[in-house]
Design a protein around this ligand. Structure first.
Ligand SMILES: Cc1cc2nc3c(=O)[nH]c(=O)nc-3n(C[C@H](O)[C@H](O)[C@H](O)COP(=O)(O)OP(=O)(O)OC[C@H]3O[C@@H](n4cnc5c(N)ncnc54)[C@H](O)[C@@H]3O)c2cc1C
Length: 239
């Protein structure tokens, strides 16, 4: 099966490839499934860090494979196991996740370093507060950030589409404020929330929504609130 242009780019960037095997599947809600994997040596070569992610290749039903980004959770390097939490919508990745069963295999690729690699670290010195914008696709990554920041104050805005989204576990600490906002008008409430903010001096923002919402929020953080480039980490998680 062809990986198309994405495959050519990944090869040129010397992506490393692994064959993952499904070990378990567990519905978290009607629109969310957690799938356990063994990693084919992946975790031995790629140290665990907050928001760690990989690219998985999915059959799109037309003889082409499509790559999609997914975050790793519950990583256990000693056992070379981890899980991935899939928000279910439409598309090849969602369809695969809905039907996955133990023993299924799937190909994963990782850029070792540089553009397109997974390399986020919580900034040093620790920011005065974290401002986090995301949704159910970026919730696994957000939870890994919340796990890593200990008692650092964090404000988290999460966009929901399905009623059950708001029951998903958020790893909120004592100093974390979590607000769920419904997705309306392609992310309007999230954009408005970004405008309304008053960031503390020394705040750091992490933004991972759909592409347009991500770009709009980053623009507001920079133009309205004066956050500099180094105080924002953003990535479009879907389009
Ligand atoms: C670094 C990174 C890490 C990610 N980690 C995760 C993760 O851990 N869990 C996770 O669920 N997703 C994660 N995503 C997002 C995931 O890759 C996308 O949602 C992807 O588009 C899903 O592929 P698909 O084949 O199901 O749908 P596509 O073929 O890409 O899209 C089909 C349709 O579904 C819609 N759609 C796709 N994704 C979403 C969404 N999230 N919300 C609403 N509508 C959507 C599209 O707009 C389109 O109409 C991550 C993305 C990145 C870049």
């Amino acid at each position: 099966m062809s990986k198309g242009v994405d495959g050519i780019i990944m090869k040129a960037w010397r992506a490393e490839n692994y064959t993952l095997t499904v070990t378990s599947t567990e519905p978290v809600t009607d629109k969310y499934v957690r799938i356990g994997f063994t990693g084919d040596g992946l975790l031995a070569e790629h140290p665990v860090h907050p928001t760690q992610w990989i690219r998985l290749w999915f059959d799109d039903g037309t003889g082409r494979e499509r790559q999609r980004g997914y975050s790793l959770v519950h990583q256990d390097p000693a056992d070379d196991t981890f899980a991935i939490e899939f928000a279910l919508h439409y598309g090849p990745a969602s369809k695969w996740a809905e039907n996955a069963k133990p023993g299924d295999v799937i190909e994963a690729s990782l850029m070792a370093k540089g553009v397109g690699s997974s390399n986020f670290a919580i900034p040093e010195p620790t920011p005065s507060e974290l401002l986090i914008f995301g949704d159910t696709a970026s919730l696994p990554a957000i939870n890994s950030i919340l796990d890593a920041i200990g008692g650092t104050p964090a404000k988290v805005w999460l966009e929901w589409q399905y009623e059950s989204d708001r029951t998903l576990p958020v790893h909120a600490g004592a100093a974390t404020e979590v607000t769920w906002l419904q997705r309306v008008d392609d992310g309007r409430l999230m954009r408005e929330q970004a405008e309304k903010l008053t960031p503390a001096s020394g705040a750091f923002a992490w933004v991972a929504c759909d592409g347009r919402t991500t770009r709009a929020i980053v623009k507001t953080l920079r133009a309205t609130h004066g956050l500099d480039k180094g105080s924002i980490k953003s990535q479009a998680y879907w389009k």
